[in-house]
Design a protein around this ligand. Structure first.
Ligand code: AMP
Ligand code: MG
Length: 336
């Protein structure tokens, strides 16, 4: 390949997904607007038929799939490992067992092939991949994934959290409810399908506190309703979506109002939900803001977002020497 490209291989392993992506950016060019490109995005998901995600099992899955995913990504990008300039990895936040596998793979590649290592913040990479792949310039990100639920925007020189969950991520909540009603993992898409057949709205707690949301009470309440046997699964799924998505849209709208920004970007696996997208679209239309929804492979956890964040961080001077590459399971977005 032409060596006027700077190439980053990125490894994602914060939770159930082991992903390897490759991103590049033109180096010797007069065109300052030269945009980055995604050359590969291999996603390997750990799934189960009934139970939820068990960290040790997910980590074992990642170990088994690691070599194959790296080889597939290089093949898809038509590159050899020697064409790669840096190795990026998700340093946090996430599940320790899972993060450790990606970090170990990244350290190994870095040491064996003598490539600089860059540890990136997973949450921020959702925002930056969205900026790369959509026309969003300075958006508010509604980041709704398994473990995370945050409203993030860049303001006054840093990424800030404008609202977040006070307990579990919305995806984990959906997954836990799905497990209770025996429809397996990941629960979000299965709940979405059942919800489409729901007709009757069942009253559930609506928990927005200032700019933050909380899902624990709603989960307990809806599980109790399910166990009572008086409600149809479909109606409960429908009501759950209507309630928690309304909460998310409310907080996202308030962040738009507060920051004066006029772009909403979606990120995270739960953003694949067509009902959530529709509710966001309506809210944006009403306040003359623009909604940006990256394609599915870039909404869910993926290696491309990590590879691209690695490019941005590296070009900003960031290096992560191996001795400082310990995982950061609780890394806060506003500390990055
Ligand atoms: P992530 O952690 O960003 O990879 O997202 C994974 C989460 O997204 C899991 O909790 C899934 O249940 C959830 N998810 C995936 N697709 C959908 C969907 N269509 N509706 C709601 N949640 C979804
Ligand atoms: Mg994520």
């Amino acid at each position: 390949m032409q060596k006027n490209q700077f190439v980053s291989l990125g490894i994602e392993s914060t939770a159930h997904t082991f992903g390897v992506g490759i991103a590049s950016v033109a180096t010797e060019t007069d065109n300052k607007k030269a945009k980055g490109k995604i050359l590969a995005n291999v996603i390997k998901q750990f799934t189960t038929k009934s139970g939820g995600i068990i960290p040790v099992q997910a980590a074992e899955h990642h170990v088994e799939i690691c070599d194959i995913a790296i080889a597939e990504a290089l093949a898809a990008a038509k590159l050899k490992i020697n064409d790669v300039d840096i190795i990026s990895f998700s340093q946090g936040p996430g599940i320790g067992h899972c993060l450790r596998v990606g970090a170990a793979a990244a350290r190994t590649l870095s040491l064996v092939h003598k490539k600089p290592l860059v540890g990136v913040n997973h949450c921020i990479s959702h925002l930056e991949i969205g900026r790369l792949l959509t026309d969003a310039k300075d958006p508010v990100l509604l980041y709704v994934s398994g473990a995370n639920t945050q409203v993030i925007a860049f303001e006054a020189g840093k990424y800030r959290i404008f609202g977040e969950t006070l307990d579990m991520g919305v995806g984990n909540m959906l997954d836990q409810f799905a497990r209770q009603i025996g429809i397996g993992f990941p629960g979000g898409p299965r709940i979405m399908n059942l919800a489409a057949a729901g007709k009757n709205y069942v009253e559930l707690p609506y928990v927005v506190k200032g700019m933050d949301v909380s899902f624990g009470g709603i989960l307990t309440n809806i599980i109790r309703k399910f166990e009572s046997g008086s409600y149809k699964k479909e109606d409960l799924c429908y009501s759950l979506q209507e309630t928690v998505f309304a909460m998310l849209v409310e907080v996202a709208e308030r962040a738009l109002a507060h920051t004066g920004k006029s772009e909403l970007l979606l990120g995270g696996g739960v953003a694949c939900n067509t009902r959530l997208q529709e509710m966001c679209r309506i809210m944006c239309r009403e306040r003359e803001a623009k909604l940006f929804v990256p394609e599915r492979q870039f909404l869910v956890d993926n290696g491309a977002q990590i590879a691209w964040q690695g490019v941005l961080d590296y070009l900003n001077g960031k290096r992560t020497p191996v001795e400082k590459s310990a995982i950061r399971p609780y890394w806060r977005t506003d500390e990055a």
